[in-house]
Design a protein around this ligand. Structure first.
Ligand code: IPD
Ligand code: CA
Ligand code: CA
Ligand code: CA
Length: 268
């Protein structure tokens, strides 16, 4: 039997240490390279931070497996056992351009069930965390359970790119959503935006193409608070595939699915 509360204490110490290293690294020139396209950035700090966690996990929990964005972990094709899902820096573009509004994001799953979630806003020193069944915290303060909100009062996080022509949805539906809600916000870190949903500062967050390391931590935290996290067609998320993401307060999730997303087609 795994004592998730012991892991919780340990992970929080590691996250503080990693955060300190990242803040310190901003005093030096970043080594920036690109991945799949010229806007897909990665730095030496993304890679070093992933390696920092991998070394901690391998030496403390050698039986656990790791799924990390920068590829230092394991090839994961099933969800058996304990899997750590790590995004060492979520919001690398913010990290490079703004030196703020990026997070460390870590979800820990046992046999496919989300048990622990951590989203650490490194510059603001703000940690969103949850232990399944034990509630969620913002720093040391319990986060209240999410309450219902009407569509007219909702603030929805989304990237404006999805209002342009795309293969997944007729943008007219999303433009109608944007008109019907109170406002939109775009922060450039999926994990941070899920933290904002957890705290009730955003009522929903929509993204069309994410990877498990972007949403693993937020998935655990938001669901612990009674929120919903699914794909944009309402289907369950998976640790084994890239997908869209739709997180929202209870009630609002169904209203948006039924009225604005019914023509959404999931595509890679
Ligand atoms: C990105 C951020 C961003 C989202 C991208 C992700 P990264 O993660 O979460 O908000 O729009 O799709 O890839 O690459 O900065 O870890
Ligand atoms: Ca990336
Ligand atoms: Ca990410
Ligand atoms: Ca990343």
């Amino acid at each position: 039997m795994i004592d998730w509360l012991i892991l919780d204490r340990e992970i929080k110490i590691w996250i503080q240490e990693a955060g300190e290293r990242i803040r310190h690294s901003l005093q030096n020139k970043l080594q920036i390279s690109t991945k799949s396209n010229p806007n897909d950035l990665v730095t030496n700090v993304d890679k070093d931070t992933e390696q920092f966690f991998i070394e901690k996990i391998r030496s403390t929990y050698p039986g656990h497996r790791i799924l990390g964005e920068e590829g230092g972990g394991d090839e994961i094709t099933d969800v058996r056992g304990v899997i750590w899902v790590i995004d060492p820096i979520d919001g690398t573009m913010n990290f490079v351009h703004m030196h703020r509004n990026f997070t460390i994001s870590i979800g820990v799953f046992g046999d496919g069930v989300g048990q622990l979630g951590y989203i650490y806003d490194v510059i603001h020193d703000e940690l969103y965390s949850a232990v399944k069944g034990k509630g969620a915290l913002f720093n040391d303060q319990p986060i209240p359970r999410l309450e219902e909100v009407s569509i007219e009062k909702a603030i929805v996080g989304m990237n404006p790119i999805w209002l342009t022509n795309n293969r997944r949805i007729d943008p007219e539906y999303l433009r109608r959503l944007v008109k019907d809600i109170r406002g939109t916000r775009s922060f450039g870190s999926a994990a941070l935006e899920m933290g904002y949903v957890a705290c009730g500062w955003l009522d929903a967050y929509i993204a069309m193409h994410l990877s498990p390391w972007d949403f693993a931590a937020g998935w655990v935290i938001v669901e612990e608070l009674g929120g919903k996290a699914t794909k944009l067609n309402g289907e369950p998320l998976s640790l084994l595939e890239k997908s869209s993401l739709f997180v929202a307060k209870p009630g609002l999730h169904q209203v948006i699915l039924d009225n604005y997303l019914q023509n959404y087609v999931e595509k890679n």
